[in-house]
Ligand binder design. Structure first.
Ligand code: UD1
Length: 418
């Protein structure tokens, strides 16, 4: 298992380009299953989650070829319809193949994802609404068995704007007969990107970027061969922004749409961060930060995927900060690890009260989930001494070449395989 060692306190300088967004490419790769013609995806990030979903597609019989920065998918021979537990358990987003498989093959067998470190994460919203679209669903021996005589358009009113459910239903609706209306749809930029990818393929979708999305189904045989490149990774971008701020460094982060981080920019500006928005990124300047009170919320609110990183930053901001996690019930696993580095954090239910300290000091620490791992990297950058970070495979699920990128910004970081 790989470990990372970071020498702190670090000073960063230069510029870093973020990768294409993992959370945009995961649903898009599931969406490839809809298209009987070839689909080419550009600049897939080299990440464990992308390898996992590609393996899932290969197991279904999809041919995948890589040519330079292009990945070409050929679904003409695919006929499997099963996503097994061994893959789904490593990545919950595997559930996103359910909608496309039903639309293409009228049947799917997908392992129930189960809970994960950050919470129970049920899939009831996905299943209830697929039923409304004419799917018969049974749960047996840890699997979802879904069949349909043909999906039909339906009105799906989501009780919560779930990102994954919105994506699954959009993809199912592309191959359904008639019109599907998704109300209270999630608004995350990755959903707009999935919509644009499906529209390129020939899907008829209206209302992207709003909470009511309307999809007119059509025969999948009419879809086109297409190429698509996903949007830049806003969560990776915010992580590097906070890396600069926690080390009081000046860096530029490029390769993403700055408005996708409006809530984060607003929060950091309230903390007195000096930020300059450019056409495809953000410059972070030296800043003397103040504490903040913030709650996570569905987009366009402050993203839960940036909560752990913001908390790491607040550990070094003099004054008190209060962070409330509203999306996942158990997303504070980074807290005990940050405390090991000297942070002062008190937990009250889903609220963390952070009192900034002058100094963090190295200690061996352990990653527990993807974004918690990013928070530990940030704290290690600001800690005195050499911090050992264990179980970095969590980090490798979502941050492409993070050690190389940090090294190029001037950080002394090494990876050891033990
Ligand atoms: C996606 C992101 C993840 C991010 C999350 C919230 C991907 C691959 N993952 O996850 O990084 O943290 O959005 O922005 O894009 N819920 C239900 N029933 C359902 C579905 C969800 O109760 O059927 C609950 C979940 O337990 C959770 C909340 O809704 O508490 C948000 O989940 P959801 O928006 O679905 O997140 P994911 O799509 O799993």
């Amino acid at each position: 298992m790989d470990k990372l060692y970071i020498d702190g306190p670090a000073k960063l300088n230069g510029s870093v380009r973020v990768s294409r967004a993992k959370n945009a490419y995961l649903p898009i790769i599931a969406g490839v299953l809809l298209n009987p013609r070839k689909t080419t995806l550009i600049n897939l990030p080299e990440l464990r989650d992308i390898i996992t979903i590609n393996k899932l597609l290969s197991n279904l019989g999809v041919e995948i070829k890589t040519e330079g920065h292009k990945t070409i998918y050929d679904t003409s021979k695919f006929e499997g319809h099963e996503a097994t537990y061994d893959l789904v358990k490593t990545m919950r987003a595997s559930i996103l193949v359910l909608g496309p498989l039903l639309a293409r093959f009228k049947k799917a067998k997908v392992s129930l994802p189960g809970g994960c470190a950050i919470g129970a994460r049920p899939i009831d919203i996905h299943l209830e609404n697929l039923k409304k679209m004419g799917a018969k669903i049974e749960l047996e021996s840890g699997y979802v068995y879904a069949t349909t005589e043909g999906l039909k358009g339906a009105k799906c009113v989501l009780p919560f704007p779930s990102v994954g459910a919105t994506e699954n239903l959009m993809m199912a609706a592309v191959g359904a007969e008639g019109t599907t209306i998704i109300e209270n749809a999630a608004l995350e930029p990755e959903i707009e990107d999935l919509g644009n990818f499906l529209i390129k393929m020939g899907a008829q979708i209206e209302g992207l970027n709003s909470s009511t999305i309307t999809i007119k189904g059509r025969p999948l045989s009419e879809l086109n061969e297409i190429e698509h490149e996903a949007i830049g990774d806003r969560i990776e971008a915010l992580t590097y922004m906070m890396a600069a701020l926690i080390t009081d460094s000046e860096i530029e982060i490029t390769g993403f749409v700055p408005s996708h981080l409006d809530a984060v920019i607003e929060t950091l500006k309230k903390m007195n961060a000096q930020l300059e928005v450019t056409s495809d990124g953000i410059k972070v300047l030296h800043s003397k930060l103040e504490g903040i009170t913030v709650e996570t919320a569905p987009y366009p609110g402050f993203p839960t995927d940036g909560q752990a990183q913001l908390m790491a930053l607040c550990t070094k901001v003099l004054g008190t900060s209060v962070i409330t996690e509203k999306i996942f019930e158990n997303r504070f696993m980074h807290v005990p690890e940050l405390i090991r580095l000297g942070a002062k954090i008190e937990l009250k239910g889903n609220t963390a009260i952070i009192t900034g300290v002058e100094k963090l000091e190295q200690a061996p620490i352990m990653c527990t989930d993807l974004r918690a791992s990013a928070a530990l990297i940030l704290a290690a950058l600001a800690s005195e001494g050499k911090t050992e970070i264990q179980r970095v495979y969590h980090l490798d699920r979502g941050y492409e070449k993070i050690d190389n990128k940090l090294r190029s910004l001037g950080v002394s970081i090494s990876r050891i395989n033990e």
